[in-house]
Design a protein around this ligand. Sequence first.
Ligand code: SAH
Ligand code: SF4
Ligand code: F3S
Length: 446
Amino acid sequence: MTDARAPKRLFIETYGCQMNVYDSERMRDVLTPLGYAVTEKPDDADLVILNTCHIREKATEKVYSEIGRLRAHKERRALEGKGMTITIAGCVAQAEGEEIIRRAPEVDLVVGPQAYHKLPELIARASRKAGERLETDFTAQEKFDALPARAPDGVTAFLSVQEGCDKFCTFCVVPYTRGAEFSRPIADVIAEARSLADKGVREVTLLGQNVNAYHGGAAFTDLLSELAAISGIARIRYMTSHPIEMTDDLIALHGSEPKLMPFLHLPVQSGSDRILKAMNRKHDGAFYRDIISRVRAVRPDVALSTDIIVGFPGETEKEFEATMQLVRDITFASAFSFKYSPRPGTPAAGMIGQVSEDESSERLQRLQSLLFSQQAAFNASQVGRTLPVLVTGKGRMPGQKHGRSPYLQSVHFNDSQAQNGDIVDVRIIGSSQNSISGELAVLTPA
Ligand code: SAH
Ligand code: SF4
Ligand code: F3S
């Protein structure tokens, strides 16, 4: 017998980008009123949601192996007289929903990224016929209108303002899995930000596949300025941006709006003009370098981050070297780099000159060792400085706290007084590739 008073257990596994992290949090919020409480393990969950990513082949494969593992738990629970509803959400659900239904009979529900508000109704349906297991309509605004108030669990929060993509880079599935570009109305975004601030959130990261293409009845810079006017919000970030959407106004705002943090994630993908053209990125290397130098002119300390793909079809050693040179010239504080992964249905998957796995791996290794050394050097360059750190939680050791620097670095520091949400001055005394450390600065009166 199951105890009717016991909460139902919900396990959510999130793959992919920040957009999925945001969506997972919203799915939890929509299920909480139904009596679901989050559990850390899938074994004892009444409801399992895999929020999936389709961006590279590896990410997609993981979904099927995870479904296999869940099947065993589901069978064991069935012997104990308990159920387990397996739900596949996210971008694989959107792209391969019908195949999942066909290949994995143990999956109860497949829900695309625009249908999460319907989860309570879908889950409540006791028995589902084959045709009722798939919900992948695109109705982006309806989702946002129907979701309940946020229940943030920290002092930093993501806020989704733009979804979808019309850019159609030739390697990318996002325009197919997330649909056309769509921006939420500015009033809705500001209302959500205010409610986050009321609940103790100090740092907001605006999210979108092309967040700087935002046009929700106002320009992106207007949205940033309105957000900055909310007194509780101390720090603002945004990601991911496209270089061609970096307007003059947005660049200028990096120099004039103190709440806009000195950090910019701007994917470049390649340093070779021929490859950039084949990727349909709509800009060349010189255009990218120009934006970076203009951002640096108004905000010299800005920490730069990027995404790079190696082994795009036809990429020669010389073209790869152009990417290495761009990285050497710009110097990034952090970066994500990937081997090109052919995605079904995208133009690049059919291009001639696919680069061998060995060659791509070797290029990725060379690129990553350069990027990692730049990241370590950026962290080391903070030693000796005193940085304003947003306190986000307890540290690893008693008497230690954890926080975030303006440059999005993870900071460990000695102190037992600071509260989550405080912004304190930390003198940086140590650094590693992935974080910096220090101690609370004793401010000597002038
Ligand atoms: N909207 C963002 C990126 C979304 S996907 C932008 O335009 O920059 C995140 C990153 O995954 C991309 O920037 C790209 O570097 C990488 N990526 C996308 N498709 C890929 C593929 N087929 N193979 C390898 N990496 C890919
Ligand atoms: Fe994908 Fe390009 Fe759109 Fe980014 S801009 S989501 S890489 S198609
Ligand atoms: Fe992956 Fe979808 Fe994000 S494909 S990267 S989860 S938009």
